[in-house]
Design a protein around this ligand. Structure first.
Ligand code: FES
Ligand SMILES: [Fe+2]
Length: 351
């Protein structure tokens, strides 16, 4: 086990549409995993390494619900048990088995449990709730446009980026709130969850809300509240109202920011923009997708990757960084996560 990761946790493995009858290789927490669907549609996750010569099983082919290794034909069922050895007298060696990872589908995502399978309980899958928005399991109630980026940076640097949205004003011209009269920031912790609040009062509406039809000709109060729960699951409540009006009278444009470490230096970033406004408008969905990708792929990704290059193997806090007021939430999230990882280490008896 590496102390870079929390293992007793559900992580996002894929969007449901990514997992098909063609095996998909994906690395989580430095472990190669193969994802596919059984004939009845239920998803499967197996270690993507054949116990014979350690070739990725995802290079093989499915026969019914089983995977046949491309190299010498060992066959494995969805539990990871070897069911066929086409060599010699056909005896199956005791070590010819692969790890099966628990999976669950919830809230429009496929989740994977990276700890011991016996500890996996789907009732502990984190609930991604967004204020003033339908439950995410109610897929008919909203439109979602999402994707996945692979970012060459440690996941905690991306958490820092998302919990400190002061950077939006500098890095994201399409999402910034121009000329706010007042900017306020606050951070709150409840249990292991942290929310980083940004308010910008009496400014101009940003590009995303404008796309969604909010008029650009009058000042608005804007909010961007990022909610974090361990290990790195974030939901963003973004919206505007006319100045001084309650949230219920305004417009919301929330988004999901769900990070799964691939390794210490690379991260799967699952994102989605959600809306109830014009939810059947395909042209609007496309415009939102382009705007979102501009921000995440063209603006955040290169900066965070360059930051990681500068840091090399150093952990950022060990370098004594200058800390600014909006860093409070990111610093607190690191502390919560370190506490959970330390508890895991003690529990594993590796003290
Ligand atoms: S490497 Fe898979 S059967 Fe030989
Ligand atoms: Fe950003």
């Amino acid at each position: 086990m590496s102390e870079a990761f929390l293992y007793k946790a559900w992580y996002v493995a894929a969007w449901p549409s990514e997992v098909t009858r063609t095996p998909l290789r994906r690395v989580f927490l430095e472990q190669p995993v193969m994802l596919y669907r059984r004939e009845d549609g239920r998803p499967v996750a197996l270690a993507d390494s054949c116990p014979h010569r350690f070739v990725p099983l995802s290079r093989g082919s499915l026969v019914g619900d089983e995977i046949v290794c491309c190299y010498h034909g060992l066959r494995f069922n969805p539990d990871g048990a070897c069911t066929l050895n086409p060599h010699g007298d056909g005896t199956i060696p005791a070590v010819a088995k692969v790890r099966a990872y628990p999976l669950a589908e919830s809230q429009g995502l496929i989740w994977i449990w990276m700890g011991a399978a016996a500890d996996a309980d789907p009732r502990t899958i984190p609930v991604l709730s967004i204020p003033h928005f339908p439950a995410l399991d109610d897929a008919d109630a909203y439109a979602a446009v999402g994707g996945r980026l692979s970012i060459a940076a440690n996941y905690e640097l991306i958490t820092d980026n998302l919990l400190d949205l002061s950077h939006v004003q500098f890095l994201h011209p399409g999402l910034r709130v121009a000329n706010p009269r007042v900017t306020r920031h606050e951070m709150k912790q409840e249990g292991n969850a942290i929310t980083s609040y940004f308010w910008r009062d009496e400014g101009q509406v940003n590009g995303l809300l404008k796309l969604m039809g909010w008029p650009a000709d009058r000042p608005v109060d804007s909010r961007a509240h990022m909610h974090w729960q361990p290990p790195a699951l974030m939901t963003l409540d973004v919206g505007v109202t006319d100045v001084g009006r309650p949230v219920a009278e305004g417009m919301s444009a929330p988004s999901l920011h769900l990070l799964t470490p691939e390794s210490r230096e690379r991260t799967h970033y699952f994102f989605a923009f959600l809306r109830t406004v014009g939810k059947d408008d395909a042209a609007l969905t496309e415009k939102v997708r382009v705007l979102g990708l501009q921000a995440f792929e063209q603006e955040d990704k290169p900066v965070i990757e360059a930051q990681q290059m500068n840091l090399g193997e150093a952990e950022i806090m060990s370098l004594g960084p200058a800390l600014l007021a909006p860093d409070a939430a990111g610093v607190r999230a690191r502390r919560v996560l370190r506490g959970l990882i330390e508890a895991q280490r003690v529990e594993a008896g590796s003290v």
